[in-house]
Ligand binder design. Structure first.
Ligand SMILES: Cc1cc2nc3c(=O)[nH]c(=O)nc-3n(C[C@H](O)[C@H](O)[C@H](O)COP(=O)(O)OP(=O)(O)OC[C@H]3O[C@@H](n4cnc5c(N)ncnc54)[C@H](O)[C@@H]3O)c2cc1C
Length: 634
């Protein structure tokens, strides 16, 4: 007999449970056989001994088959039951107060989770009747003079808002978003590649130096910034603010793949430098066709047997659905007092008052009505809209900044037979003269439970700063203070302009040929074009009216630290937590000293520790966050 505990949501919203046995009938060989149950997903998970999970619901009905470990489950009423190896849990309490569990005994919890529905949830903001919810203004009288105004409902504002409310739940935070929902620009799942950038595979982070050595310092910085995001997400999962990490993150090996003798030598030297560092523990290298074919069969089938190739692999890499994550963060913020969100509200102006507060002018795009709110602190997380708002703020620190928009196209394949045969993000080498963000890569994507492949991006030029922006964006951004740095960049970076023009002129068959370098037997009919998000690269003013084109992100703020904007595009969403902490250090130094720092350490246990130097702390945090987020660890 197979013991089964079923949980469901009772009429009062609390979880109930009953203990019983799986119904089995006699089979032909004397076996007992149960009925066939249609299921859609299977995943294996492991939680270290001592693990626990605070109040949560499972997002979809699922069977959880315990392979090892003994657990105590508890419902809101205080009732408890025990699950042991071999027991089946049928979790149908997908709404309401949910349940919590803790491991008892010394064994880890190893389990197979079998979902009856797709496990990526309907985005939470849409669960309430299909329309994302703004907060009615009348319900939040404080929202006219909040402590903090966040502009733009992408991953950056959602992350900073979350961190601020974690540190100080009494803060009054208001978020304005032009569009009708959050994560509709760069943070939308299909608008980016979903790489949990840990600099495992992006070759542009590890240049060869003139002395022949490989510089891995930038890679290490990005690598450990991602550890901060993992810790923040783990904290939210542990406290139940995010129900199920599989809703936004999954393990997906990160690979670099090159061909040609010089590139093979480079990759081998890079592997030697990186694998010697504890941050890249577990990195694998191969220049053997057969072995790489086992890792990524589609990349190898149809490839000439004598082509010199090499690959590295980190099986600890991740695929992240930043759109889903943004929705989850925004939903848990909306559930908190002192937070309000206004969709279809565009911030049109920013003026600093004599007392240092900011007067934020907002236009309701439905009623066309304009109103103002005054806030002590403003975060411009407006993506491509950030530069214009920074210019409107009039702070001297914004002087001379310009933006250079780069659009993108993907090739996307939704054919299950093809996507089922590729499980990796495979990054190649950027073409000569191309910007780092146009490095081609063949990626597994898992979005709303569906597995697809993405290839690209093919860079292009559009004068829009946002996907939903205007073709006049670039021209409106030119002002006397930035025209000289922009012209200087145009002069110096003519190669980039030529590259982008070349990309725009590429025909579909040219684009497909680039894909064939990664996937020689790709079939044209399996792939279609998909438009990626817009990126605005920073043009940064330098000395003597010079300008430079930057490919990173930069937090630009006023001297009094009352306003900051995030400019630039890379490494992007995966380092949102790092950006939030940088903002805290810049603008909330007093609060950090007065107690926030201690609270921050409970959320980010490695806060203040340099993980590039501390191997033990790195191992410990990775093991812990991997267990909580259901990720592969080595
Ligand atoms: C092709 C491509 C691939 C990428 N790949 C990756 C990747 O693999 N991994 C990774 O980590 N990152 C990646 N990125 C980068 C990542 O997508 C961005 O860094 C991140 O999404 C930026 O988030 P954000 O919140 O700053 O901006 P956005 O998500 O763009 O949000 C800004 C929001 O502000 C709103 N807004 C603008 N102006 C106003 C205004 N005046 N008033 C009110 N609201 C306003 C916009 O409507 C928008 O909703 C990629 C980007 C692109 C384009």
């Amino acid at each position: 007999m197979i013991r089964c505990v079923r949980m469901w949501t009772g009429g009062d919203g609390d979880s109930l449970f009953e203990e019983g046995w799986i119904d089995l009938s006699s089979g032909i060989r004397g076996d007992s056989i149960g009925e066939t149950v249609p299921v859609v997903e299977l995943s294996f998970q492991e939680t270290r001994s001592g693990g626990s999970y605070e109040w949560h619901q499972d997002p979809v009905p699922r069977f959880v088959i315990t392979l090892s470990g003994t657990l105590e489950f508890q419902t809101e009423s205080g009732a408890t039951f025990t699950i042991r190896p071999g027991d089946i849990l049928l979790a149908q309490d997908n709404t309401g107060s949910g349940h919590k569990w803790r491991l008892i005994g010394d064994d880890p919890w190893r389990r197979a989770s079998v979902s009856l529905e797709r496990s990526r949830p309907q985005l939470q903001a849409k669960q309430h009747g299909g329309t994302p919810m703004s907060t009615p203004v009348s319900e939040n009288p404080e929202s006219e003079s909040p402590d903090v105004v966040l502009i733009g409902a992408g991953i950056m504002s959602a992350t900073l808002g979350t961190v601020l409310k974690e540190l100080e739940p009494t803060l009054n935070v208001v978020l304005f978003e032009t569009l009708q929902d959050c994560a509709q620009e760069s943070s939308e799942a299909w608008n980016n590649a979903g790489t949990g950038h840990a600099a495992n595979c992006e070759l542009n982070y590890t240049p060869r130096l003139p002395d022949g050595s490989i510089d891995i310092s930038t890679a290490l910085k990005v690598n450990t910034e991602f550890d901060l995001s993992r810790q923040l997400w783990s904290h939210l999962v542990t406290k139940g603010a995010i129900g199920d990490p599989y809703a936004f993150i999954e393990s997906c090996p990160h690979m670099s793949f090159v061909w040609g003798d010089d590139n093979v030598t480079f990759l081998h030297d890079r592997y030697k430098a990186m694998s010697a560092h504890h941050c890249y523990h577990g990195m694998e290298y191969s220049d053997h066709h057969g072995e790489i074919a086992q890792w990524v069969p589609l990349v190898m089938e149809g490839r000439e047997a004598d082509q010199p190739i090499a690959a590295t692999r980190m099986i600890t890499g991740t695929d992240v659905d930043y759109g889903s994550l943004t929705h989850l963060l925004v939903s848990q913020l909306q559930a908190q007092p002192g937070f309000s969100l206004h969709y279809k509200h565009k911030v049109t102006d920013l003026d600093q008052l004599a007392d240092g507060r900011w007067k934020v002018t907002v236009k309701d795009l439905q009623t066309k009505h304009k109103r103002t709110v005054t806030a002590k602190f403003v975060f411009i997380g407006a993506g491509g809209g950030g530069l214009e708002l920074l210019q409107k703020s009039g702070i001297p620190e914004a002087h001379g900044y310009g933006g250079f928009p780069v659009s993108g196209i993907w090739l996307r394949c939704d054919v299950d037979e093809v996507s089922a045969r590729h499980h990796a993000k495979v990054y190649g080498k950027a073409a000569e003269g191309s910007p780092p963000m146009s490095v081609p890569h063949l990626d597994t994507r898992i979005i709303s439970g569906k597995r697809s492949l993405l290839f690209g991006p093919y860079a292009g030029f559009s004068s829009k700063f946002l996907k939903h922006g205007h073709y006049t964006d670039l021209f409106r951004s030119i002002e006397p203070s930035n025209v000289v740095p922009m012209l200087d960049v145009a002069r110096q970076d003519w190669g980039l302009a030529e590259y982008l023009i070349g990309q725009v002129l590429q025909t579909g068959s040219h684009q497909f040929k680039v894909l064939e370098q990664f996937y020689p037997e790709a079939q044209r009919q399996d792939w279609r074009e998909a438009v990626a998000g817009q990126r605005v690269q920073i043009i940064k003013p330098g000395p003597h009216h010079s300008g430079s084109l930057e490919f990173g992100t930069e937090v630009v703020g006023s001297a009094d630290n009352s306003i900051v904007a995030l400019l630039g595009a890379s490494p992007g969403a995966s380092t949102a937590a790092y950006v939030a902490f940088e903002t805290l250090e810049k603008c909330f130094a007093k609060e950090l000293a007065d107690g926030w720092r201690d609270r921050l350490k409970t959320i980010i246990p490695t806060y203040g520790i340099d993980l590039t130097k501390d191997a033990d702390a790195t191992r410990e945090t990775r093991a812990k966050t991997a267990a909580l987020l259901g990720l592969t660890n080595v």
